[in-house]
Design a protein around this ligand. Structure first.
Ligand code: AMP
Ligand code: ZN
Length: 138
């Protein structure tokens, strides 16, 4: 299914031109227009899924492997020494385009920090209680 109002549906299906890194029958991978680092790529499914919770098994089973393949190609072609796979779900998580996408962000030695957080320090009781609350909904 495509969504006529979705820009990533149009890009993924070639209706809007993009700097395409990779394409197959399910996915198009394009360069992000506001890159966190040189080569920052977005993997877009050609079907519309709002986020990872909607992604069907067929796509889900392929997307991680494709991220790894593109990351490995970045190391050879761009000289990055690592890469992050980042995937945002929901506004509070930083999602701004509501068509599932996975970021592949090349990381260069001495590059700026990109994906960071301040580690918290919960005690073991809090960890246990939090784990149980999540588990109960699975
Ligand atoms: P997210 O914040 O995870 O939803 O990521 C959306 C990403 O899409 C951002 O990094 C934007 O820079 C990028 N983006 C939005 N529109 C376009 C576009 N037309 N072409 C390429 N990248 C885009
Ligand atoms: Zn879409």
């Amino acid at each position: 299914m495509k969504d006529d109002n979705c820009i990533f549906c149009k890009i993924a299906n070639g209706e809007i031109p993009s700097a395409t890194v990779y394409e197959d029958e399910r996915f198009r991978a394009i360069l992000d227009m506001g890159p966190a680092s040189k080569g920052h790529t977005l993997i877009l499914p050609k079907e519309h899924f709002k986020d990872v919770c909607e992604l069907d098994e067929e796509y889900a089973s392929k997307v991680l492997q494709l991220g790894g393949k593109i990351g490995a190609a970045m190391k050879k072609s761009l000289g990055c020494t690592g890469f992050n796979l980042v995937q945002n779900n929901g506004t509070s998580a930083g999602q701004t385009v509501f068509h599932f996408h996975m970021h592949v962000i090349p990381r260069y030695d001495n590059g700026a920090p990109i994906v960071t957080w301040e580690p918290g320090s919960p005690d073991s009781e809090e960890l246990k209680e939090t784990a149980e609350r999540i588990h109960a909904e699975l």
